[in-house]
Every structure is written in C-alpha cells, then in structure tokens.
Design a protein around this ligand. Structure first.
Ligand SMILES: *[C@@H]1O[C@H](CO)[C@@H](O)[C@H](O)[C@H]1NC(C)=O
Ligand SMILES: *[C@@H]1O[C@H](CO)[C@@H](O)[C@H](O)[C@H]1NC(C)=O
Ligand SMILES: *[C@@H]1O[C@H](CO)[C@@H](O)[C@H](O)[C@H]1NC(C)=O
Ligand SMILES: *[C@@H]1O[C@H](CO)[C@@H](O)[C@H](O)[C@H]1NC(C)=O
Length: 469
C-alpha cells in the first residue's frame, strides 16, 4: 500500500563498507553501535549507504560532523530522542532519508533541518510533537526543497503554522493521521493549499483518525494529481467528495450507513476500501456501477451488512462494463449471494467470502463451482439451516442439498406424493392377494348364513315390486 516505502526503501545489499567512525559498525554483534551498510538503490542504481541505529537508547541526535559523509539513509527510530537541537557547527550533510519515528521528540529547533538540504524522506511519526513553530516565525522546513515524503502521523498536533509546507514544492506524500487536527483542518475549504501551502504535486495524502466529519465538496479540488487518499476512522456520515484523479480510497471506520452511486463517480478509482463500519447496513443498486477502473473492492467487518445486492455493480452479467479483480466481503453478516455473480467471479483473481453467516440453500449452490479460487475457502461456512450449521459450503455434497437436485432426489412435495402413492400401491397389492386367497367370502355369502332368496337385500336381481315409488 505504501508505494513510497517500496520505492525508497527497497535497497539491495551489495557490499559492506568498513567504517571507522566511532558510532558506526559493520558487525551486527557490536551492541550500542549503528549497523552501517552500503546498498545499491534499485531505482537509481547508485550506491547508497545506510546507518541503522534503531533501538539503541540514543537520546541525542548525533552531530553532523560525526555522521560518515557517505551515509544517505539514517534510521534512528525507537530511541529516546526528545529534542532536535540546532547543530552548533554551521555544517550540513547530504543525508537523503531520515527516520525518527518512535522517539519522544517534543521540540524541533527552527534551524535543525537547515543542515539537511538534500533530505527527500522524513519520518517523524510516533513522537510527542505538538507544534512546528520555531522560536521565531521562521519556517523549519525552509531548506527542504527536495522533500518528497513527510510523515507527521501519531503526534499531538492541534494545529500547524501557516505556510509550513510551502517550501516543500516537491512533496508528494503527506501523512497527518492520528493527530487532534480535525477542527483545524475543517475550518476552511482552502486550508491545505492556501493556509498550509501544501504542494499541488501531492499524490498521496493520509488523513486518518482526525475526527473529520464534514468537508466542503471543493476541499480537495486543487489536488488534481492526488492518487491515494486515506480518510479512515473519521466521523463521516457520507462518502465525501474526493478528486477525480484518486485511484486508491480508504474510508474504513467511518459512520457511513449506506453506499450509493451518487457518491461514487470516480473513473480512475482502482481500489476502494469500506471496512469496519457497524453503521453500514445497505449497498444500493448500481452503487459501484460508475467505477469503471475498479480493480479491488474491500468491504469487511461490517456486522450489520446483511445483504450484497445482485445489482451492486449493475447487472453482474457476462457483459459488464467494470471488471474488478479482487472482491473482499469477509466478516460481514451476508447470508446469500445471487448467482448472477458467477460470471464476475469466473474472471476474478481473488474473492474472499469468509466468516459470513451463509444460508446454505439452493441460492448459493453455484458457489460450489469455485474451489481454491475462493480465498481460504475452508472458512466459508453455513450458519443455517440448523442441520448444516458450521459445515463448509464447498464440502457439502448432493445429499446435504437434496432440495437442489430434484432430478436425483426429487422435491420434498414430490417425495411426499411418492410415499403416499407407494403406500396406496402396497395396500392395493395386499388387497388383491387377500381376495385371491379367500375368494369364497364374496362369491358364496350363504357360507355366512345369509339368505339370498328373491326377497333378500343381497339378491342379485332387484325385484320390481320392492322398489319404492
Ligand atoms: C508528551 O508531552 C506531554 C506534554 O506535552 C507530556 O505530558 C507527556 O508525558 C509526553 N509524553 C512522553 C511519552 O514523553
Ligand atoms: C511540482 O513539481 C515540480 C517538479 O517536479 C516543480 O517544478 C513544481 O514547482 C511543483 N509544482 C507545485 C505546484 O508545487
Ligand atoms: C452515525 O450515523 C447515524 C445514522 O446515520 C446517526 O444517527 C449517528 O448520530 C451518527 N453518529 C455519529 C457519531 O456521527
Ligand atoms: C438473482 O437476481 C436476478 C436478477 O436480478 C433475479 O431475477 C433473481 O430472482 C435473483 N435470485 C435470487 C435467488 O434472489
């Protein structure tokens, strides 16, 4: 999901350089020293070197003079750094990537980053920052003209200084998630661009868990290059308006109760996630019909979603305009799925239907056509009827679904008719045998002492004068 991580962090170990700096070691077994390696950057093919100083209980950012000159990547995550102080030496370093996540940073000196003008990647997530104001009005990112990736998630920001991102013209990825920034970011529709100066080159923006509940329809309008947008765990009651360029959209964990086509008209959208929403009860007909590029749809962990309409993508017939490759509907409360999806499923790479309370009747019999194509298909189990509860849908045999094989087992109504008819046949056969064995009973009633004279009621020929009227 985090494409940038992939681009920047996929390095290929080539050689190990001997480093003679006091805090750099090439040996994993030297504790309390950073592990320094040289890599070949897969994308640029340039050699790059990395100092991994994670989890060494460092409590002070090392002086730039101590940093080996050729270090491009410095990982100081999981240490105890509290303050990023300005370096007294007026030196600078060619560092490109700096990872400072999982420290306890609460303050950054206004000129700290001035010594790192080549920085393209900065991770300050999981710290204790509440402000990015320097002691004066100067902008702490003034020199970061090359910064492409900035992660400020999991801090304590309630607001950000005006124009703070303005110098970051190259910025493509910004993460502000998990900060109490909701009120600040909701105050105007222009806040991202006009107030904060966030680059219009942005392609990835994460605004998870900020207590956002309402955004102006034009909130993201300026961001015509935005491709990935995460708005998880906010308070949205509806699907907000996002740029048409968006390819990946995650709205999981919001308070959305229904999904309708009028909120989902994005022709570039490839991946849509709508998980973890107890409020979600309904997916309208044609909800995803306008998502022409849709490849992956994830709707999981919605305990009140009982139905997935056969028309969610329009008519899921052989000739559909959209061709999703992945569908994940795990852990909802869906009981049945219309057989019109058979055409769609045949063309898909992965379908996950696990942990739904399937009602195992003839309506979902068609699922048995699929085997390993269904993701972890052993966990697709019946919840009803009672006699099939907890059985695996794909393990059910014809004998479990006798209803669905009338040509073999007949329908129940037919079965009852057959039983009744069989009974009648047995009874009649018995009667015939009985009559053959004791024919005299009926042929000579005299044996029983019955008089069959002319006046007897058993007389074979009725008498004219005995007739009434
Ligand atoms: C974070 O800062 C607050 C005050 O701003 C302080 O009370 C808290 O202890 C700090 N947390 C850590 C983990 O240092
Ligand atoms: C976008 O990035 C280009 C470089 O790729 C830069 O020249 C330009 O100023 C940036 N545009 C904006 C609006 O920040
Ligand atoms: C969530 O949505 C429901 C119905 O749409 C509404 O009644 C409820 O107030 C919403 N909750 C929040 C926290 O917005
Ligand atoms: C499946 O969908 C088709 C087309 O809308 C409909 O005619 C049919 O009744 C549905 N089947 C079930 C079992 O709901």
């Amino acid at each position: 999901m985090f494409k940038f991580s992939a681009i920047f962090l996929i390095f290929y170990l080539k050689t190990v350089i001997p480093a003679d700096t006091s805090w750099c070691s090439t040996d994993t077994f030297v504790k309390e020293k950073c592990l320094c390696n040289t890599f070949t950057n897969e994308n640029t093919n340039f050699p790059a070197s990395m100092a991994n100083c994670a989890g060494l209980s460092i409590n002070k950012f090392p002086s730039f003079l101590d940093l080996p000159d050729d270090i491009n990547v410095l990982d100081l995550s999981m240490n105890n750094i509290e303050i990023l102080e300005s370096s007294s030496e007026s030196s600078s370093h060619t560092l490109k990537q700096l990872v400072l996540s999982y420290n306890i940073i609460k303050d950054i000196s206004e000129d700290f980053f001035n010594g790192l003008p080549g920085l393209t990647w900065l991770d300050l997530s999981h710290n204790n920052l509440s402000s990015l104001y320097g002691s004066s009005d100067s902008n702490i990112f003034l020199q970061q003209k090359n910064l492409i990736y900035l992660d400020l998630s999991f801090n304590n920001f309630k607001q950000l200084p005006g124009g703070v991102f303005y110098p970051l013209a190259m910025l493509k990825s910004l993460d502000l998630s998990y900060n109490p920034l909701g009120e600040f970011l909701s105050q105007s529709k222009d806040i991202l661009y006009r107030t904060l100066g966030t680059s219009l080159n942005l392609t990835r923006l994460s605004l998870n868990n900020l207590q956002l509940n309402d955004l102006h329809p034009d909130y993201f309008t300026s961001y015509q290059d935005l491709k990935e947008l995460e708005l998880q765990d906010n308070y949205f009651n509806y699907i907000p308006t996002v740029p048409y360029s968006v390819e990946f959209l995650d709205l999981s964990g919001n308070n959305i109760s229904f999904i309708a086509a009028r909120y989902l008209n994005y022709h570039s959208l490839k991946s849509l996630r709508l998980s973890r929403m107890p409020s979600l009860t309904s997916i309208h007909h044609y909800a995803f019909y306008n998502l022409q590029s849709l490849e992956s749809l994830t709707i999981t962990d919605c305990p009140n979603l009982k139905e997935f309409t056969e028309l969610a993508f329009g008519l899921a017939s052989k000739v559909m305009d959209i061709h999703p490759i992945k569908l994940n509907l795990a852990r909802n409360s869906i009981t049945t799925l219309n057989s019109t999806y058979v055409h769609m499923f045949r063309q898909m790479k992965q379908v996950d239907l696990r942990h739904n309370p399937w009602q195992c009747d003839c309506n979902i019999l068609w699922l048995q056509e699929f085997g390993t194509e269904l993701f972890k298909s052993r966990e697709i189990r019946c919840a009803s009827p009672k006699n099939l509860a907890n059985k695996r849908v794909l393990d059910l045999t014809e004998a479990d679904w006798t209803e669905c094989y009338p040509h073999i087992y007949g329908k129940t109504s037919h079965k009852i008719t057959i039983v009744v008819l069989m009974g009648a046949v047995i009874f009649l056969t018995g009667l015939i045998f009985y009559l053959i064995k004791y024919p005299k009973f009926w042929v000579s009633p005299q044996d029983l002492g019955i008089n069959i004279g002319p006046n007897s009621p058993y007389s074979e020929a009725p008498q004219e004068d005995n007739r009434i009227g």
